[in-house]
Design a protein around this ligand. Structure first.
Ligand SMILES: [Ca+2]
Ligand SMILES: [Ca+2]
Ligand SMILES: [Ca+2]
Length: 125
């Protein structure tokens, strides 16, 4: 379970990085903490919309593409209907956020984000 969540975060971060080569700070208001709203604004919304090529509100394996993307999205499909809905992606992101928020203050500090990134790097296949 933990690996799946970290993989989602890795995908979202990787997708964001691909779209924004200069990198983007998820801390939109610059207060040093990433709230759930800021986290959700960064992921999964942006990468979800990009992957949902036909705009029907769900990502199929074909839309996710071949390779690691297809395997990852199959695992996000929690109800096993062959498509990842935005709700499924958001639920996975929310769980990722909760797992990363070590002190449970509802926001990710710089330290918590660094920790999350380190976990993603270790968990990467
Ligand atoms: Ca679609
Ligand atoms: Ca599904
Ligand atoms: Ca926190």
């Amino acid at each position: 379970m933990k690996t799946m969540l970290l993989t989602l975060a890795a995908v979202a971060v990787a997708t964001s990085a691909a779209a924004q080569p200069s990198g983007r700070n998820p801390d939109a208001d610059g207060d040093g903490k990433v709230t759930m709203a800021e986290f959700q604004a960064m992921q999964p919304g942006r990468f979800f919309d990009r992957l949902d090529k036909n705009g029907d509100g769900q990502i199929t394996a074909a839309e996710a593409g071949d390779g690691p993307g297809a395997r990852i999205f199959t695992r996000f499909d929690t109800n096993k209907d062959g498509a990842v809905t935005k709700a499924e992606a958001e639920a996975a992101a929310a769980q990722t956020f909760a797992a990363a928020d070590l002190d449970r203050d509802g926001a990710l500090s710089e330290e918590e984000l660094v920790n999350l990134r380190q976990q993603m790097q270790r968990g990467r296949p």
